[in-house]
Write a protein that binds this ligand. Structure first.
Ligand code: ADP
Ligand code: MG
Length: 240
């Protein structure tokens, strides 16, 4: 449904991803796992069309354009939380577009936003300024905005970072339910154990795809070692 074939991405002379081929299916909850600098965010950004400069193919089989069916949650720290908007406003951006009021929201938009806020447990906070939220509440709002897009493909970059354990489990259950409802859910995470419990598809990555399959197929000592041992990192290039 969504995937890349022989994808290579470079930043200047540095190769962030090399010859990566992987598919993400509707109805599947996939976890992308690997060490810092492994190319996880690069893979997600390529899938959503944010990195047009790459070699290889990005496949989207649904017949829709990426913009209309993909909902993407970037790593939390990349967002400006001082921006003077409320929880409701941010979630409504899932309907109207990120860069402002591309169109005036209608009743259906308001209904969808309300549902998304209730599903993620932040409806009672809807009038609150986003700067006044805890890390867990912020992450719920980002998920609400994502759900409000009503996309078929949900891509999330480390959505559980800085989130308490209870919220993490709730969010994983919510994402599992989205996959069970027929969406393709793809999440970058550091938590192998959690991914094994909730996801049906694991992709281990370290500049290349190290392993790709069901948790039973992928979660082996050999694969974990190959993914996380520093000798496999692209350390031929000096890191800042
Ligand atoms: P991950 O998300 O797995 O931590 P990234 O995809 O963010 O890894 O980055 C992969 C590699 O590419 C890293 O070495 C990172 O430093 C480098 N990189 C990422 N983004 C840029 C960029 N905009 N410019 C230059 N190098 C980058
Ligand atoms: Mg990243």
């Amino acid at each position: 449904m969504l995937g890349v074939e022989h994808l290579t991405v470079r930043y200047g002379s540095q190769v962030a991803l090399e010859d990566a081929t992987v598919r993400f299916e509707a109805g599947s909850f996939s976890a992308i796992i690997g060490p810092n600098g492994a190319g996880k965010s690069t893979l997600l950004k390529t899938l959503v069309g944010l990195l047009p400069d790459h070699q290889g193919a990005v496949r989207l089989d649904s017949g829709h354009s990426a913009q209309s069916c993909v909902a993407y949650v970037p790593q939390q720290q990349t967002l400006d939380w001082a921006f003077p908007v409320t929880v409701w406003d941010v979630t409504m951006m899932g309907r109207t577009g990120r860069l402002g009021w591309l169109r005036w929201p209608g009743r259906r938009d308001r209904t969808i936003v309300e549902e998304a806020l209730r599903e993620t447990g932040v409806y009672d906070l809807r009038h609150r300024h986003i700067g006044a939220l805890s890390g867990g509440q912020r992450q719920r709002v980002l998920l609400a905005r994502m759900l409000a897009r009503r996309g078929h493909l949900l891509l999330l970059d480390e959505p559980l970072t800085g989130v308490d354990a209870t919220t993490q489990e709730q969010l994983m259950a919510l994402l599992r339910a989205q996959a069970d409802a027929g969406r393709a859910v793809v999440m970058v995470t550091h938590d192998l154990e959690q991914a094994r419990r909730w996801c049906d598809h694991l992709v281990l990555i370290n500049r290349r795809i190290v392993a790709d399959g069901t948790p039973e197929q992928v979660y082996t000592p050999h694969n974990i070692e190959a993914t996380f041992s520093s000798s496999h990192l692209g350390h031929t290039h000096a890191e800042a």
